[in-house]
Design a binder for this molecule. Structure first.
Ligand code: ADP
Length: 268
């Protein structure tokens, strides 16, 4: 008798299988093949960064998962089911915070549960907690235009998180922030995510950001995008940015990614 017991692997939360995405511009008659044979699986609770040259199709991958776009080929599934319309199981954060300008900080954060008709007593405590965690206490009644870029982005993250999404899709959320604010936000995201255990798919073109945040990095090829290289990030959590910079392994992996990205520069 064999001694090996076969334990079924848990199904990944996200599954993109041989996905192709083509955009047809009817007016010019031109077509762009954004993705071709793109495959990626992300396990529940994993933090994966999608890294790649500009225009390689990173945002398109998120749009397919968000339900904003449909694949031209292949399969896109979340929790084993094909992705349908956008839903509250997926929180989305873009580079620009895109807050509702006529709502306060509190109003923006509680927008989704209010829209869903959830009673205040059910979402208020979580809103309170998110406001604390995101360092927004005292600013609840402020309007978006009264906030700094970093604060606006913290409101956007809290707004995405309030519905307790299984999956957080983030498209270069800290790309527009200065270096120090960006580091503060990265640390905040990691500590909040450690508490919630959410699965995160995070698009960036910043190699160091991906090494600090991710469990795994999927490096994309030039367009049409596909995964050219997958790297497991070996650093234990909680992570400390300064300590990571001193790790020889940090430099080694960064070098391997730089080399790969150089080869993948868009040529057209
Ligand atoms: P990245 O996020 O890596 O910069 P994108 O996913 O935004 O890349 O875009 C990939 C390619 O698909 C680009 O050439 C872009 O111009 C094209 N593209 C993206 N969305 C559309 C669209 N709605 N219509 C036409 N072309 C698009």
């Amino acid at each position: 008798m064999g001694r090996t017991r076969l334990t079924p692997m848990p199904a990944p939360l996200i599954e993109l299988n041989a996905v192709g995405k083509r955009f047809d511009d009817r007016r010019s008659g031109r077509a762009t093949q954004a993705l071709d044979d793109f495959s990626l699986a992300v396990a529940e609770g994993e933090f994966v960064c999608l890294l790649g040259p500009s225009g390689c199709g990173k945002s398109t991958v998120l749009d397919l998962l968000a339900g904003f776009e449909r694949p031209s080929a292949g399969h896109v599934a979340i929790g084993g089911a094909p992705v349908g319309r956008p839903g509250p199981d997926r929180g989305i954060v873009f580079q620009d915070a895109l807050l509702f300008p006529w709502l306060s900080v509190q109003g923006n954060i509680t927008f989704a549960p209010r829209l869903a008709g959830i009673p205040a007593r059910d979402y208020r405590p979580r809103a309170r907690q998110l406001i604390e965690v995101m360092g927004l206490a005292g600013f609840e009644r402020h309007a978006p235009y009264e906030l700094s870029g970093g604060m606006r982005q913290r409101v956007a993250i809290a707004r995405a998180w309030i519905s307790q999404p299984r999956l957080l899709l983030m498209d270069e959320p800290f790309g527009a922030l200065d270096a120090q604010t960006r580091l503060d936000m990265q640390e905040l995201l990691l500590s909040a995510r450690d508490r919630t255990g959410s699965t995160v798919l995070f698009v960036t073109h910043d190699i160091e950001e991906s090494l600090f945040l991710a469990d795994r990095i999927a490096v994309m090829s030039r367009r049409p995008g596909r995964v050219a290289l997958e790297i497991s990030v070996p650093f234990p959590r909680p992570r400390n940015y300064e300590a990571l910079l001193a790790e020889p392994e940090f430099g080694r992996i960064k070098q391997a990614i730089v080399k790969m990205l150089r080869q993948q520069r868009q040529v057209d």
